[in-house]
Ligand binder design. Structure first.
Ligand code: PXL
Length: 276
């Protein structure tokens, strides 16, 4: 391999497509670019959606999902994988079977979209716990996902920490249990690894709900791991990144906000005629 190619940080997202580019593979790719990584995208599921509705979901043949990963692996020394919407158990198993051993993995256990659409079915959720959580460097559930996967009702700080521990007990190297949905300590994430627990506090911004925040956070973490940061440091940097992307969230349809991965470059997506 050329010396220059060895220097490039490659990260791959294995997730679902969101044509509105506010979540899924598309926000993952934008995030990876913004974090200074060559992002790659393995299409594991398809959605037809806009800013308000997920109108339809289509599966991708699990063999073809594997094929995409294996083909990338022939050429690229991918330094970190990230998984998002996988949809169903056969796809989860196909991904688990194709991921190379020993490469860091960020598992975002996407189950339900912000707007309440089911993105991964029950057997897919069970397969995630069986096949991907045990080999994850870090898992990034939000509160509803952590409750659904662990069966632990998260009602206060103590039960949130118990639920985080549940993921470590299932073999994950670390967990970021995100506090964006919390009725208590809102916006505070619990980070837990074998060295102990840390709270990651974030700002709470006045947007109703911001599409793609989980995808963006997990992809930023994967990017910093691909660049060479240890997991705990990658999570901290990822949190800073996601905080800015939320702060400068884009209203891309009336009352509908999505993340702005271009915030550090002050990208506003406005026509020159509208700039001040
Ligand atoms: O935000 C979770 C998510 C992940 N992946 C895809 C999505 C969504 C939410 O809508 O559409 C493809």
């Amino acid at each position: 391999m050329g010396e220059n190619l060895k220097r490039i940080a490659f990260a791959a997202s294995v997730a679902g497509s969101d044509p509105s580019a506010g979540a899924g593979l598309q926000i993952d790719l934008k995030t990876m670019t913004a974090c200074g990584v060559w992002g790659m995208t393995v299409v594991a599921a398809l959605t037809a959606q806009n800013a308000n509705h997920v109108r339809a979901i289509a599966e991708v043949d699990p063999v073809f999902v594997q094929n995409q990963i294996k083909t990338l692996e022939e050429d690229f020394p991918i330094a970190c994988y990230k998984t998002g919407m996988l949809g169903n158990a056969p796809t989860v198993r196909a991904v688990a079977g194709a991921l190379p051993d020993g490469v860091p993995l960020v598992v975002d256990p996407v189950l339900i979209a912000t707007r309440e659409y089911r993105l991964t079915d029950d057997s897919g959720a069970a397969a995630l716990v069986e096949e991907l959580v045990p080999r994850a460097s870090v898992v990034t559930p939000n509160i509803p996902e952590a409750e659904s996967l662990s069966g632990i009702a998260i009602t206060d700080a103590a039960s949130m920490e118990d639920a985080a521990g549940w993921f470590l007990d299932r073999g994950a190297g670390a967990v970021v249990l995100k506090g964006g949905h919390a009725a208590f300590r809102k916006g505070v994430d619990v980070f837990l690894d074998r060295d102990g627990m840390r709270l990651l506090s974030g700002n709470v911004y006045p947007f109703p709900d911001v599409h793609g925040s989980g995808c963006c956070f997990a992809s930023a973490i994967a990017s910093y791991i691909a660049l060479g940061y240890p997991v705990a440091a990658a999570v901290e940097r990822g949190k800073e990144f996601v905080d800015g992307a939320l702060r400068y969230a884009v209203e891309y349809a009336p009352g509908r906000f999505t993340m702005n991965p271009g915030w550090r470059e002050h990208i506003t997506y406005t026509k020159i005629s509208s700039r001040r």
